[in-house]
Design a protein around this ligand. Structure first.
Ligand SMILES: O=C(O)CCC(=O)C(=O)O
Length: 250
């Protein structure tokens, strides 16, 4: 699987999480986060797709989310055992949302040597966990396989088909999709009247600090742990969260 990920820049994994856990996470998202004023969330679309950090407390503190025996061995293998959790949150496409801009999750590490970034091993990746079953109506995340090595595989803005060359995976609740931080992707349209929430974890080597999308000084933290989670969690697991902001229990 490690080699397939390195070659393709993405991987789909089926049946990683129990569906009833995903159901509980979805209910908690709609109770606690979907109701937050959109102006205080991070707009990753055109006013139709919002991202928010999710505090790691019940039910988002489930051990399967940070120590899944199916997922974490794959992540450790891809990153050669140099694994931390960089961020944890939900991005949700609103009903009727349009195609998101095609993007990578981080700009090139070395801007002056663009070819060099393409030959580096993976340093960070996104784990996308849909909280609902995805299909052609709900939409999904279009992924341009191998674009982490060759950005020319991605259609230009003038293209009439904005998904040309992409795969459109339709994971079900319980599945997840991983992509390298350099792999181009784009949230597709949501043609339904319901939100399409996607839980994301970003996983990286410990030296990487994702400052592109997060402004800690302005209060936008990528990872928030509750003190209750820290008190209840073993040291070996807490080592996965070295940069988290810690908040009291609410
Ligand atoms: O909504 C999606 O399917 C993907 C969102 C995404 O890739 C992002 O916001 O970076």
């Amino acid at each position: 699987m490690r080699l397939a990920f390195h070659r393709q820049g993405a991987l789909s994994l089926k049946g990683v999480f129990p569906r009833d856990l995903i159901q509980r996470l979805k209910a908690a998202y709609f109770d606690e986060y979907a109701v937050i004023d959109k102006s205080t969330r991070f707009d990753v679309g055109d006013g139709d797709r919002y991202m928010c950090t999710v505090e790691i407390r019940t039910p988002f503190d489930h051990a399967l989310l940070y120590d899944s025996p199916l997922l974490f061995p794959v992540l450790r293998s891809i990153l050669h055992n140099q694994v931390i959790i960089q961020s944890f949150g939900i991005v949700s496409s609103m009903p009727g949302s349009r195609q998101q801009q095609i993007h990578m999750d981080h700009p090139d590490l070395f801007k002056e040597l663009s070819g060099f970034n393409k030959v580096l091993p993976c340093y960070a990746l996104t784990v996308a966990i849909p909280l609902i079953d995805l299909d052609e109506q709900t939409g999904t995340t279009a992924i341009w396989l191998e674009s982490h090595r060759d950005p020319n595989l991605v259609p230009g803005q003038e293209s009439s088909n904005n998904y040309e060359g992409a795969i459109l995976p339709y994971p079900q609740a319980g599945d997840c999709v991983l992509w390298d931080y350099r792999t181009f992707h784009s949230g597709t349209e949501n043609k339904t009247s319901r939100e399409r929430p996607l839980l994301y974890l970003t996983i990286s080597r410990p030296w990487f600090d994702d400052t592109a999308d997060f402004q800690k000084l302005k209060g936008r933290f990528p990872l928030i742990l509750s003190q209750g989670f820290i008190d209840a969690t073993e040291e070996k697991h807490l080592a996965l969260f070295p940069r988290a902001k810690i908040v009291g229990d609410t």
